[in-house]
Design a protein around this ligand. Structure first.
Ligand code: FES
Length: 449
């Protein structure tokens, strides 16, 4: 029996080792085809999955296509203003009825035999129907299949394939304040996605991007060239987050400040504090006009919460960073698409959004210092995993200094793997739900709680 075969027959619960002194995951969770298929059902088929921002479909007839796991879906706005999320699959013989990534339409037309559907998913017409079908065919039951539950929070649209389960706000609860902080960088509390989408494909498992988005450990190494450029040129090419330093020693020192957080629902945070000098320095800095708007909109106490830099990961597929919405889209066990969308802050001068956009492109764009290097690392991880004789990946950095806060949230140093452990705890909870008692046999009571 090959190493791979052994993985496929091993219970999921045996693929995680977690205790107060140890945290490892089995490499098979990134390579096993059967586990990937199970993820599409047990994770993407049960929990809330981010699908779109409302500003992407502002008008009646607007739509975008995306996926929930591997399921193709259409997100649309109907004539009554309601948002619909429905499977992109014709009721006749399964053709995808919409092949565009985004647009506006009155009807979706299946190209195979011409059935048409309205923007709310209801069936408009069966082509050549007269005499072609039994008289009892009920057209009202032949609309596109609506996804079971759709809810929005401040413009972020999520969908769940599960008829029952926690509400969206229950799912998001521990990170709602942080999502509010991100949105409230706008003095009117609203953001807009309107500058298109960067798509990056990599030959690696989807969980590597999920782990990376709150990983404060890798940046000192993968992105070292970027920090050197910052040290030499500062922010001349545009703002990047709250970084305003031009002194390499201070840049590296600042990367030691802040914290990571891991939440029970699998969500995580990487947080860096305000730049040196705090709000007053920002008020005197190059973005004084923006700070005037923020001072007019929020109290100083609220600004101290809003203005630090947060990388927020919402389990399983959404990252909300200071300037972007990041979505990880599994395509196969070893193939993933990452979409990055810059968002504008409503209510600020265009010049400020443009400066943010310049900074975003410099670090996250296709020819930038950040994202292209990251996805290369994910592909290298997948290469390394082909040495399947080695079973474990370590995610125990900072375990010994992790604090458990009164509400159960775990807090670590900014370079600790606290958010990644939270992600994997939730991953294993969902994947091993049928074997929950077995999972706890290999762990401590504290870790299982
Ligand atoms: Fe859509 Fe036949 S598959 S009309």
């Amino acid at each position: 029996m090959s190493t791979r075969d052994k993985h496929e027959t091993r219970p999921v619960a045996e693929m995680l080792v977690h205790s107060p002194t140890d945290f490892r995951v089995d490499g098979a969770i990134y390579t096993d085809q059967a586990l990937f298929a199970a993820e599409m059902d047990r994770i993407f088929g049960t929990t809330w999955v981010y699908v779109a921002h409302e500003s992407e479909v502002p008008q009646a007839g607007d739509y975008k296509t995306t996926q929930i796991g591997l399921r193709p879906v259409i997100v649309s706005r109907a004539s009554d203003g309601r948002i619909h999320v429905m499977l992109n699959r014709c009721r006749h013989r399964a053709g995808a009825v919409c092949r565009e990534s985004q647009g506006n339409t009155k009807l979706f037309t299946c190209k195979y035999h011409g059935w048409t559907y309205r923007v709310d998913g209801s069936l408009n017409a069966i082509s050549m129907r007269a005499g072609g079908y039994p008289s009892g065919v009920d057209a009202s039951s032949l609309g596109l299949q609506q996804v079971a539950r759709v809810e929005s929070y401040r413009g972020f649209i999520f969908a769940s394939m599960a008829l029952v389960g926690p509400s969206l706000t229950e799912h998001l609860a521990p990170v709602l304040p942080y999502l509010d902080h991100q949105i409230d960088h706008s003095p009117v509390g609203r953001i807009s996605v309107q500058r298109g989408t960067h798509r990056a494909l990599y030959q690696g498992n989807w969980k590597f991007q999920a782990e990376n988005s709150t990983d404060g450990y890798h940046g000192n190494f993968v992105h070292q060239s970027f920090w050197k450029i910052m040290g030499r040129f500062g922010n001349e090419g545009g703002q990047h987050g709250n970084y305003a330093e031009t002194d390499m020693a201070k840049i590296m020192q600042r990367r030691e400040e802040g914290r990571t957080l891991g939440f029970a629902n699998g969500h995580g945070i990487l947080e860096y504090p305000l730049p040196g000098g705090g709000l007053d320095a920002m008020r005197r800095g190059p973005h004084a006009h923006y700070m005037q708007l923020m001072d007019g909109a929020y109290t100083p106490e609220r600004l101290l919460k809003i203005m630090p830099q947060y990388n927020l990961w919402i389990f399983p597929n959404l990252g909300v960073l200071l300037d972007q919405i990041r979505v990880v889209q599994p395509l196969a066990v070893d193939r993933t698409e990452v979409t990055l969308q810059f968002y504008d802050l409503d209510g600020v001068p265009e010049a400020y959004n443009q400066e943010r956009f310049d900074g975003y492109e410099r670090f996250f764009g296709p020819a930038s210092f950040g994202s292209p290097d990251d996805v290369e690392m994910f592909a290298m991880n997948q290469v390394g995993l082909q040495a399947g004789e080695m079973q474990w990946l370590r995610l125990d950095r900072g375990l010994q200094r992790e604090q458990i806060l009164p509400d159960g949230t775990r807090q670590g140093h900014p370079s600790d793997e606290t958010p990644q452990r939270a992600f994997h705890r939730k991953w294993f909870e969902l994947m091993a739900a049928a074997n929950a008692s077995h999972a706890c046999e290999t762990s401590t009571k504290e870790a299982c709680a």
